[in-house]
Write a protein that binds this ligand. Sequence first.
Ligand SMILES: CC(C)(COP(=O)(O)OP(=O)(O)OC[C@H]1O[C@@H](n2cnc3c(N)ncnc32)[C@H](O)[C@@H]1OP(=O)(O)O)[C@@H](O)C(=O)NCCC(=O)NCCS
Length: 109
Amino acid sequence: MKGIGVDIIDLERLDIHNLNFVKHILSPKEYQIFTKMNSPKRQLEFLGGRFAGKEAYMKACHVGIGAMAFHDIEILNDESGAPYLHDSHAHISISHENKYAIAFVLLEK
Ligand SMILES: CC(C)(COP(=O)(O)OP(=O)(O)OC[C@H]1O[C@@H](n2cnc3c(N)ncnc32)[C@H](O)[C@@H]1OP(=O)(O)O)[C@@H](O)C(=O)NCCC(=O)NCCS
């Protein structure tokens, strides 16, 4: 299936200290990366980018929240820092600035 999806997140809505919530959003590998980050600002950006990226991926797949678990979707970064999804047919771009994180996903097949 082809599709596009976009999502924007207000970072103030996210609580990086609620680890149950964080684990609900992040895959186990993402959670490991999150716990090794030493700045709360970087953790918030990372979590917000993943949250927005996963919602954008669900939109690109034409499914709503609830059809997939957030922690089953994985967004890692390659050696250049570029993000990639567990789904090799999906392309993702993430940005964050001050209060917001935004992500765009393109599903090619
Ligand atoms: C890509 C870059 C311009 C983004 O900078 P920015 O405007 O300060 O940051 P933004 O908030 O808009 O974007 C940050 C997100 O960009 C993405 N990103 C980082 N590096 C990237 C890259 N090389 N290509 C595509 N996306 C990239 C990441 O998803 C990152 O968020 P995350 O780390 O939480 O996943 C900057 O990170 C950069 O110049 N990186 C160096 C890339 C590089 O020179 N790589 C080496 C050779 S390819």
